[in-house]
Design a protein around this ligand. Structure first.
Ligand SMILES: [Zn+2]
Length: 403
């Protein structure tokens, strides 16, 4: 339905007076921040892309749908306000029917300098929900029917997601509370370890803890989708084994193509697929590079996609591009420590790469929604396979996991 979207003229916090009710920042342009690079197709291929997007449900497994300040260095002050602008304009111009939005994530440093605090996470979520409650283009998605409704009505299903569970501390009931507040995906750990298990940056991976097992069981019971994109490998394998339901690696790539803690070895990718789960390809700047191609673009992301598809089959792969509206590379510079970027990236001899200003072809969620389908059409994927990887596989997992 992406091409028939209702559109919206709503602007974030339109019910408030900027400067009086809150500190307003000058935001970047949601459409034209950089010149976009649509993959070139002939007119027949172009028609096929339009039909595929119009007729089928397409889902992004992982993005951050906030808009960032034009001057990215204002981001810490902006985040401290706790009131993040949602990209209504960018999304109304995208092809997505449903998107997992990972909110402020590690930069939700509202009352804390270190992030991931219960109060901060709820402040971020509450402001976003209040904003969404004042418009009718984005539907706060609670179940699979909401995704179908969004597709039918030219709206977008917004799925609240959190990349790590540090904020539940040792309180398993907080999983129920998050579900009650409308969160539908929870990561086991972000890159740092927590009470559930080990994060990907730790020197040793102790696997899923006893509390982690309890949390996994609770997530299965309440219908919370589990994500292991930022856990250590052993913690991911233990989670997959302990969970009675499929889990996802919503935004990741293959370590076989580029050695990095942020990417998964074959055994983790295979275990996720064997359990019925889905692996979403990551495209945040400088993550899914390959030894073949050290300039990060949509082409390197698709090398990871094809590798994973050949490893586990077309029914278990999709996309979680992890894009946003703003200077993502600048954001990484400003928040390197909070996002554990040094420990997540490849730094071995022989893994030098050139930094890009942005990932060509997958710069923001709007561009990604079109270019992924365009790439698949250009590379002669069948309609059936495109429908699976652009949303069908994720829908299958959600039908099994969500309440
Ligand atoms: Zn992430």
């Amino acid at each position: 339905m992406g091409l028939n979207k209702q559109g919206t003229s709503y602007k974030s916090f339109g019910y408030l007076e900027p400067g009086n009710d809150y500190n307003a920042f000058e935001m970047c342009d949601q459409i034209e921040r950089v010149a976009h690079d649509l993959i070139v197709l002939n007119s027949e291929e172009d028609q096929r892309v339009k039909r595929l997007i119009a007729d089928n449900i397409i889902i992004s497994m992982h993005e951050h749908l906030g808009v960032f300040p034009k001057d990215i260095m204002e981001t810490p002050a902006y985040c401290k306000e706790g009131r993040m602008t949602t990209a209504f304009e960018g999304l109304a111009n995208s092809g997505w029917d449903a998107v997992f939005d990972n909110l402020m994530d590690g930069i939700a440093q509202i009352h804390s300098k270190s992030g991931w605090k219960w109060d901060d996470v709820l402040t971020d979520l509450g402001h976003r929900l209040c904003d969404i409650a004042h418009q009718d283009f984005i539907i706060h998605c609670k179940n699979v029917n909401d995704i179908r409704t969004a597709h039918k009505e030219g709206k977008m299903a917004w799925i609240a997601a959190m990349e790590g569970a540090a904020m539940i501390e040792n309180e398993v009931d907080r999983i129920d509370l998050l579900y009650g507040f409308g969160v539908r995906l929870l990561g086991i750990t972000y890159s740092e370890s927590n009470a559930l298990g080990s994060g990907l940056k730790e020197p040793r991976d102790g696997g899923l803890t006893m509390f982690g097992r309890k949390a996994v069981e609770r997530m299965n019971k309440v219908g919370m989708l589990i994500d292991c994109s930022h856990t250590g490998d052993q913690t991911a394998l233990d989670t997959i084994e302990w969970s009675s339901k499929p889990i996802v690696l919503s935004h990741i790539g293959a370590k076989a193509l580029w050695e990095s803690n942020r990417l998964a070895p074959d055994d983790v990718i295979k275990a996720c697929a064997d359990k019925g789960g889905v692996i979403g390809m990551e495209a945040a700047p400088h993550t899914t590079l390959t030894y073949n191609n050290r300039v990060h673009t949509i082409e390197t992301v698709m090398e990871h996609f094809e590798y994973c598809k050949d490893l586990v089959g077309i029914d278990h792969v999709s996309f979680g591009p992890d894009t946003l509206y703003g200077d993502h590379v600048g954001l990484h510079h400003a928040y390197s420590a909070a996002l554990s970027l040094k420990e997540s990236k490849a730094s071995n001899p022989g893994q030098e790469f050139n930094e890009v200003e942005y990932v060509k072809g997958l710069e923001n969620p709007t561009e990604g929604s079109f270019n992924l389908v365009r790439w698949l059409v250009k590379h002669n994927y069948s309609d059936e396979d495109i429908i699976k990887v652009m949303g069908g596989n994720t829908l299958r997992v959600l039908e099994e996991v969500w309440y």
